[in-house]
Each structure stands twice: as C-alpha cells, then as structure tokens.
Design a protein around this ligand. Structure first.
Ligand SMILES: [Zn+2]
Length: 514
C-alpha cells in the first residue's frame, strides 16, 4: 500500500472509532414514542434542544455529558395538556414555574381556554419570556375576551361596526401566533353570542389554519341541552370547514346521564362526513365551575351583577330567580353534591351547599343568592357517571386534559390519576394508549409541530416516570398537593425535574403558530 493511501485508511478508521458526543443519554428505559402503543426502544440521545437518536442505540459509540439510567422506568414524550387555564398563573412571576402541571409530566400547556385569554397575545408572550416559564405555552385567543375588548360584552345583537372590530382583533391575535380560538358559550359573555357570529369568526380562524375549541353552550339541560350543543359544534366545523374540539366532554347532571353512547354515534357520523371533530376529557366525576354560572339562571345574569341585584329586589322576579336556582341545584344532584372549593370567605371552604344553608337557617336557593352576592365562589359539582366517563375515554378522538383551575384536584392530578385509576386499576386504557392520547394525538389536534413524539429532530420534551409510584395526591379536601412518581422532566433538552425534584430552571418556550 502506498503511504498516502494507508494514511487515508487510518484516517477513515479513526473517524469511525470516534465517539459521537451528545448532551444527554437516557438508557435502559422502556421508551414509548407517543405514536405506537407498544414500547419501541430503550435509549434516547439528546443534543441541544433536539432528539438526536432514538431506539436501541449502541451506547458504546456515544459519549454523553450526562447519562440517565432509566432502569424500571417508563420514558415518554412530555404530556401536552389541551385545557389548563394556566395563563392565570403564568403571568405571575412567582407562579410561572407551572409546578402543578410540571409534576404531572406535562411539558406543554394550552392556554386561553373557555373563551378567556390574556389580551393581547403579544403582551402575554413578552411577560412569559421576561419572567421565564416552567413549561411550554401554546396560546389560544378567547372569543369572550375579544367580545369584551371590542366593546360587545354581553350584547346579544352587536352592531356591524362592533363585529368588524372583533374580527380585526381576532386577525391580530392569529397573526401574533394564536393556534386558534376558544369559546365559552356556556359562560357570559360567550352565552350571548349566536352560532352565526361564531361561524363568521371561525372562518377567519380557518384561513390561518387554526382550531376552534369550545366549552360548549350546554353540557347539561340548562338551555339548548347537551345534544343541541354538540350539534352546534358540528355545524361550526361543517360551515367554517375547520377542525373543531370539544373541551372537557361530559354528560353533566342526571337529565343527560347515559347519553354518551348516542353522542359518540353522532360525533362519529360527523367524522365520517369529513368533519374533523375531537375532544378532551379530565378523569374525575366532579366538574368545577363558578357558583353563579352553575346556579343562577342565564336570563338573570344578563347585564351583569348590578342587573342581577336589581332583579332580586323585585319580589316577582326574585321568586322567578329562586325557582330557577332550585331547578339548577336539582339538575346538579342536590345541595349535598355542591362543594365550595374556592371562596371569598375561607370558612366556607370544602363545605357543601346543603350544610351551609342549614347553618344559616336558609333554603338552598336563598343561601345561593347570599353566597353569589358575597363574592366569587367556585364549586366542585359531583355530576357524572362512570359509564359516560369510561365511554368517552375509550374513543380514539378523546385526549387527556386537566381543565386545571384552582381548587379542583384535577389541576394537580389529572394525568397521573388517569394512569393510576384508568390504566393500572380499572384497565380502561393500556399504558400505550394513555401515552398516545396525552402526547402525539394532542399535538396533532392542535397542530403543534415537532413535539408530542420521540422522533429524531423533534424537540426534546421527555419525561421519565416510575410506573409503581406515578400517582396523583390531590383530593377534593386537599387539592393543592403535587403529584408523585415523576423522576425526570426534560423540556427543550434541559432538565426541569431531576430525581423527582424541581431544578429551578424555567425551560419552557412560548410557542407561536408556525
Ligand atoms: Zn370549561
């Protein structure tokens, strides 16, 4: 061999011996990639904020700055939570770590839910980037917020000029990165809008490839009824031709219990006709909402608090309001099943409406009025059946969500609870199905690119949990307890949780569409 050739051979040989250098190497884990329901590898290599290799890696050819031994552990893409209300905390520097979600394995939260968002999104982004955020954020813009900002508020028939203004605001928010628009058609001011108004706005969302996400007009039998409210979502999807998503799907209250079978058929029929309709669900039998929204009749809420007080001061109207409240209490399973979880007065906390009314020697409806006039109260309302919960959970188009607002344990426990109760104990879903429906499926629905699955070049949002210990700890009596059993959380390639402890690093990114 000529000397030049042998030098070349030596060079090539040395190159092939040189180890590949990576930042983090996860080994010995059972890796679920978020797409397949079976584990498909045991190792992941991370360089910078990206997944560099995945599968059954020959670790002898890799030099890692840090090795994480995941023996006995489940490795999964970080969970994506589609319905969080987390913007309320993310704007506060002392709470932007987002720990209640982080400890559940959530690495991305979708905000701006139920029609309510931080306005404008550009300001929200600046606040998040200035303070730092513990998880990634995917913002939606809220229809109710747009109504308020454009001066429409609770008007049932906004002027052409006001509608034009609202459309311009929507375009601005979509241009600034909103992934879509949410509505809270059950809540004021969304409840005062027509389907036509929502369709007009949804057509704009469609032109930006965004999604329509809704807390539907009625999850029970308050106004149009649950079935008609689902029909409305389908109609919006059909006429505005955009993907539509039902948040926290449920059959709320005895009037609509066991309707899940017929609702699922209805939704599947719409899907077969080409409408892209999906939903999210939290794994609890109790919902949570404002005492006022839950119990005061809609007509009596029109015009706000002053109008409500005015009505209560007129004997005939007062009786009508009280009758409506009585009906609503019955619809939600009686005063015993309505528990105060956030209140202006701490002494009310964790008591049910029935006991509070007895202690004041008032009827439950009179007590409700007194409480609503006293200040803001949020209730947990035990109003769902296991049949309907299981039925929805098994659907391919239903993903895990927390609807994490303060006072309900779901904010701290939804994902681990679903794993503990519905994967391990009741075996409604397999582990792989649970992971797919908490990661890649959600990313696909909300069009979040390069996240939600373990793939080379995807962003390195990865969690490692102990299947023996991963569980929720928050309860209705003690809702502010972090979940347990999550060993590592890696967000954008950096460690946020290490050996079960928060690293004090705020590794989240504010994501914008495209
Ligand atoms: Zn909601």
């Amino acid at each position: 061999m000529k000397p030049v050739v042998s030098l070349l051979v030596l060079f090539v040989f040395l190159q092939s011996c040189k180890k590949k250098s990576v930042d983090i190497l996860i080994i010995n884990g059972k890796v679920y990639d978020g797409i397949n329901v079976k584990a498909t590898g045991n190792a992941i290599a991370i360089i910078g904020d990206q997944i560099a290799e995945f599968g059954n890696i020959d670790t002898t050819k890799i030099e890692a700055k840090r090795i994480i031994d995941a023996s006995g552990m489940i490795v999964s893409p970080g969970f994506i939570d589609p319905h969080t209300h987390a913007d309320r905390e993310l704007v506060k520097k002392e709470e932007s770590h987002n720990k209640p979600f982080l400890y559940q394995g959530i690495t991305t939260v979708i905000t701006g839910n139920d029609g309510e968002s931080v306005y404008p999104i550009s300001k929200f982004k600046t606040i998040c980037e200035t303070n730092g955020i513990g998880t990634n954020v995917v913002p939606l813009t809220g229809h109710g917020t747009l109504r308020d900002v454009s001066g429409i508020g609770t008007l049932e028939n906004p002027s052409e000029e006001q509608i034009t203004k609202m459309k311009a605001l929507l375009i601005q928010e979509l241009e600034n990165g909103a992934f879509g628009m949410s509505t809270g058609l059950f809540y004021s001011p969304g409840s005062f809008s027509s389907t036509e108004e929502v369709i007009e706005l949804s057509k704009i969302v469609k032109s930006f490839n965004g999604i329509y996400d809704s807390h539907i007009r009625d999850e029970s039998s308050y106004t149009v009824g649950l079935e008609k409210a689902i029909d409305e979502v389908i109609e919006i999807g059909k006429r505005a031709q955009l993907p539509v998503h039902i948040s926290h799907i449920k059959c709320l209250g005895s009037d609509v219990w066991m309707l899940s079978d017929s609702l699922i058929s209805k939704i599947k029929k719409a899907q077969s006709e080409g409408i892209n309709i999906t939903a999210n669900q939290y794994p609890y039998r109790a919902s949570a909402t404002g005492l006022k929204s839950a119990l005061i009749p809609k007509w009596a809420q029109s015009g706000g608090m002053d109008s409500l007080k005015h009505r209560l001061n007129q004997p005939v109207l007062r009786k009508k309001v009280l009758d409506g409240i009585t009906k609503n209490i019955k619809r939600r399973g009686g005063g015993v099943s309505l528990v105060m979880i956030k209140a202006y007065d701490d002494s009310l906390l964790f008591k049910n409406l029935s006991d509070i009314a007895t202690s004041y020697n008032l009827s439950e409806s009179e007590m409700t009025v007194k409480l609503v006039l006293g200040g803001f109260i949020r209730i947990a309302s035990f109003n769902m059946t296991p049949h309907d919960i299981h039925n929805f959970m098994k659907q391919k188009w239903v993903v895990t969500g927390s609807d994490g607002n303060t006072g309900h344990p779901r904010k701290y426990g939804s994902f681990p609870k679903k794993f503990r109760e519905f994967v391990k104990e009741k075996q409604i879903l397999s582990l792989g199905q649970f992971i797919v429906h908490s990661t890649s499926k959600t990313a696909e629905i909300f069009n979040i690119l390069n996240r939600g699955s373990i793939k080379v070049k995807n962003k390195a949002d990865i969690i490692i949990f102990d299947p023996e210990r991963f569980t929720d700890k928050a309860t209705f009596d003690n809702p502010f307890v972090l979940s347990e059993g999550l060993k590592y959380s890696i967000i954008n390639g950096k460690l946020s949780l290490e050996k079960g402890k928060f690293t004090n690093q705020l590794n989240g990114k504010f994501l914008t569409r495209n």
